[in-house]
Design a binder for this molecule. Structure first.
Ligand SMILES: NC(=O)C1=CN([C@@H]2O[C@H](COP(=O)(O)OP(=O)(O)OC[C@H]3O[C@@H](n4cnc5c(N)ncnc54)[C@H](O)[C@@H]3O)[C@@H](O)[C@H]2O)[C@@H](O)CC1
Ligand SMILES: [K+]
Length: 546
C-alpha cells in the first residue's frame, strides 16, 4: 500500500531527526542523483557528458537539487543550475559550485524565460526544484510564467527532455491534489520520506508521472500518523479478498440483491449481474420486470429471482428515477438493506434515493458510486451548489464533502477513482486504462463492489454501527482495483502498474523486481466493451490471488 502523508505530518516527522543532526537532505539528494542517473541510463544515454538543468527555487527543495547536481557533476555530467531565488540554499550552492556545476543566477533577470529556455534546450534532463512541501500553490510570478514557457518548450521539443520533479511537481496542491496554476508535467517524481497526497489525487497526480518514494528515515516518525491518502496494491487487495473455504456454501459466500436495469436500459441489469457473478459470490437475487429478467437469465441462468435474505444490495444501474415502478423497487431494496444493516451500493438512478435526506445519516456501509456529474447533482440537491467542473477540479474534496453530508462512503469514478468515507483516509486508485471509459463499465463496477461487500457477509453489519467505518472504503477501493485490473487484462495491457512503496536510495539492478511494472504496462492495448471487462474478472481475481 502506498500511504501519502500531508506536508505538516512530514514536517512533524522530520523535526526530531533534524534536531538530532540526521543528514536528511544528503539522503534525499543522493537518491535524487541516483534516480536522474537511472533515467539517463534507461534512455540509453551515457552518464558522463549528459547535460542536466536544475531549476532551483529558494527553499530546501532547491537545496536537494543543488546537492544532487553536485553528485551528478562528479559523475561527469554537465550540470547547469538556473537559480531563480535571491537567497538559494547556501550550503547546496557552495557544494554545487565546488563540484563544477555551472551556476546561473537569474533571480530578477529581465529576460528570465528566454535565459532559462535557452539552457533547457540543451539539456536532456530538467530537474524541477522550484518549490516543494514548503510552498502554497499556485506558483507566484515570475515562476508561474517560467513554468508555462518551459512546458511549451518541452511540448515543442522533438526529443522531449526528461522532467524529474523533486518531492512534488512545483505548483501542485501538495495536500489536496489541486492544480490551481501552471505546473511542469514530470516523467518521474522523486519524493522524500513518504508520498504526498497530491501525488496520488487527481488532477495533480496526472502531472507527477511515476512516483519514486525515497527512504530518508522518516518511516518511524510517520508510523504513528494516519495517512491522508492510501493506494491499494495487488497484495493489499488479495489480503482483503474473501476466499471460499471447504465448509462454505452459497449462502455463507454471500448473496447479493440486485435492483438494476429497466425496459429502457435492460443491458445495465445484465452488466451489473455479470460483474457480480464473475467477481465471485454465493448467489445473485435479481429484482426486475420480465425484461430485463429474461436477458439476465439468458446470460446468467444461475441468477435467482425469488426474494429472500441477502448480505448486500446493488441498486440503481440503468434505472431512471422517474420510472415509478422501478423507483419503488429501488426504494424497497434500499429500505430493506438499511433495516437489515447490510451494505448497499447505490449507483446511477439509485443515487436519487439520497438526493433528499429522507434517509438521513446513512451508515458508511452504504456506498455511493457517482461519476463527477452525478456527484455534482447529489451535492446540489443536498444544498451544496456544485458543478461538474467543480468536482473535476477537486474530486477528493467533493467526494469527502458528499460523505460528510450523507454519512455514506463515496466512490467517485474517474480516471483515478477516489473513495471517501466521512472520516479516515481517502483512497485513490489509478489501476485502469482509458479504454475503460465506455458505456456500461460503471454497471460492472457496481456488481463487483456489491459482490465483494456481500462476500463479507454479516461481518460488515457491525461497521454500520460506526465502528471501523473505513472498512467499506477499503473494500470500495479494492473493487475499483479489480475492475481496473480486469479492464487492463481485457484491453491486453497486462496487470496494473505495481506501486512501489519504498525505493531505497540505491536503485536495484535493472532486472530487479521493481521493473515489473515497466514490462507489464508498455503496449497501448485495444478497445474493450463493458462485457469484456466482466468476462476478464475471474482472471483478474485469480491473478491477484496467485
Ligand atoms: N521533509 C523532509 O524530510 C525533507 C525535505 N526536504 C526538502 O525540503 C523541501 C521543503 O523545503 P522548504 O520548507 O524550504 O520549502 P520549499 O523549498 O518547498 O519552498 C520554499 C521556497 O519556495 C518559495 N515559495 C513558496 N511559495 C511559493 C509560491 N506560491 N510561488 C513561488 N515560490 C514560492 C519560498 O519563497 C521559498 O523560497 C521538501 O519539499 C524537500 O524537497 C529534503 O531536503 C530532506 C528531507
Ligand atoms: K519541486
Amino acid at each position: 500500500m502506498i500511504r501519502a502523508h500531508t506536508a505538516a505530518d512530514v514536517r512533524t516527522a522530520e523535526e526530531p531527526l533534524l534536531a538530532a543532526g540526521e543528514p536528511l537532505m544528503d539522503r534525499a539528494a543522493f537518491a535524487l542523483a541516483t534516480h536522474v542517473a537511472a533515467e539517463l541510463r534507461e534512455r540509453g544515454h551515457r552518464i558522463p557528458g549528459s547535460v542536466i538543468l536544475l531549476l532551483v527555487g529558494g527553499g530546501n527543495n532547491g537545496g536537494d537539487a543543488l546537492f544532487a547536481g553536485s553528485h551528478l557533476a562528479r559523475r561527469g555530467c554537465q550540470v547547469h543550475a538556473a537559480v531563480l531565488a535571491e537567497h538559494p540554499h547556501a550550503a547546496g550552492l557552495a557544494a554545487a559550485r565546488a563540484a563544477g556545476v555551472r551556476v546561473h543566477e537569474l533571480a530578477g533577470a529581465p529576460d528570465l524565460n528566454d535565459a532559462v529556455t535557452a539552457l533547457a534546450r540543451r539539456a536532456g534532463v530538467w530537474v524541477d526544484a522550484l518549490t516543494g512541501i514548503g510552498a502554497r500553490a499556485p506558483l507566484r510570478e515570475p515562476l508561474a510564467g517560467l513554468v508555462t514557457a518551459l512546458a511549451a518548450e518541452r511540448a515543442a521539443s522533438p526529443d522531449e527532455p526528461v522532467v524529474v520533479a523533486v518531492d512534488v511537481p512545483s505548483g501542485i496542491g501538495v495536500d489536496d491534489g489541486a492544480v490551481p496554476g501552471p505546473v511542469l508535467p514530470a516523467d518521474v517524481t522523486v519524493t522524500m520520506g513518504a508520498a504526498k497526497p497530491g501525488l496520488l489525487l487527481p488532477p495533480a497526480a496526472a502531472l507527477a508521472g511515476r512516483v519514486e518514494v525515497v527512504d530518508v528515515g522518516l518511516e518511524g516518525g510517520l508510523a504513528g500518523q494516519a495517512p491522508a491518502v492510501c493506494r491499494l496494491s495487488a497484495t493489499d487487495v488479495a489480503d482483503l479478498w474473501p476466499l471460499p473455504g471447504p465448509a462454505d456454501h452459497k449462502y455463507t459466500r454471500g448473496v447479493l440483491g440486485v435492483v438494476a436495469g429497466s425496459q429502457t436500459y435492460p443491458g445495465a441489469a445484465v452488466l451489473a449481474v455479470a460483474g457480480a457473478v464473475r467477481t465471485g459470490l454465493g448467489m445473485v437475487r435479481y429484482h426486475g420486470p420480465e425484461i430485463p429478467t429474461s436477458l439476465v437469465h439468458a446470460r446468467h441462468p444461475e441468477v435467482v429471482t425469488a426474494p429472500g435474505r441477502v448480505q448486500a444490495w446493488a441498486i440503481g444501474c440503468g434505472i431512471d428515477p422517474d420510472d415509478a415502478a422501478r423507483a419503488q423497487e429501488m426504494e424497497r431494496g434500499f429500505a430493506a438493506g438499511l433495516a437489515a444493516r447490510v451494505p448497499v451500493v447505490l449507483d446511477a438512478g439509485g443515487l436519487s434515493l439520497v438526493h433528499d435526506d429522507a434517509h438521513a445519516d446513512l451508515p458508511a456501509t452504504v456506498v455511493l458510486t457517482p461519476h463527477a456529474g452525478e456527484l455534482a447533482l447529489l451535492l446540489t440537491a443536498r444544498g451544496e451548489d456544485t458543478t461538474r467542473e467543480d468536482v473535476d477540479a477537486a474530486p477528493a474534496r467533493h467526494a469527502r464533502l458528499a460523505a460528510e453530508v450523507t454519512g455514506a462512503t463515496v466512490l467517485l469514478k474517474g480516471p483515478t477513482t477516489v473513495v471517501a468515507a466521512p472520516d479516515g483516509p481517502l483512497y485513490a486508485q489509478a489501476d485502469a486504462t482509458p479504454w475503460l471509459a465506455t458505456a456500461g463499465a460503471g454497471d460492472v463496477l457496481a456488481g463487483v463492489l456489491g459482490a465483494l461487500l456481500a462476500g463479507y457477509g454479516d461481518a460488515l453489519a457491525v461497521y454500520a454501527e460506526g465502528r471501523l467505518a473505513g472498512v467499506p472504503a477499503s473494500l470500495a477501493a479494492a473493487a475499483a482495483y479489480v475492475h481496473g485490473r480486469a479492464a487492463r487484462l481485457a484491453a491486453g495491457q497486462g496487470t496494473p502498474p505495481r506501486p512501489r512503496d519504498v525505493i531505497f536510495s540505491v536503485r536495484r539492478a535493472s532486472h530487479g523486481e521493481d521493473d515489473i511494472s515497466r514490462h507489464t504496462t508498455t503496449g497501448q492495448g485495444g478497445p474493450i466493451s463493458a462485457l469484456d471487462v466482466a468476462v476478464a474478472l475471474p482472471a483478474a481475481v485469480a491473478g491477484l490471488l496467485r
